[in-house]
Design a protein around this ligand. Sequence first.
Ligand SMILES: [Zn+2]
Length: 140
Amino acid sequence: MNIGKKLANKERQRIAALKRKNALLRKSNNELSEEWKARKLRGIRVESDAFLQTYEWRKVRMEALKKYGAKCQCCGTTPAHGAIMNVDHIKPRKLFPSFALDINNLQILCHDCNHGKGNWDMTDWRQKNKIDCQQDDSQQ
Ligand SMILES: [Zn+2]
């Protein structure tokens, strides 16, 4: 009797596991890998502070600094003026983890400009300064 019950239990668990597996398979592979990228990097949640220590983040951070230069895209200050530069997520990684390693979601801000901005602010200063530059060009 007991063995029979145990087997029935095991069978129920097996079926439940299969159902869970099928539910996951129903999602497309793309969706799954996006979800994985969004949530974990070798077991590290991109929302966590530990994310900032990962090679993947440091690499994309350097790429952003090379692309835009070490100059605040909001106020224009540089390390030569004593500023500390931050590579900022325009869409905050806590709210948009899937954009955490997207170079197009990064901008260079000085510590002062970055510090004043919270997760509620998603101003793309790259775009603002681009518009300002274009206006300056047309005036000259
Ligand atoms: Zn600044």
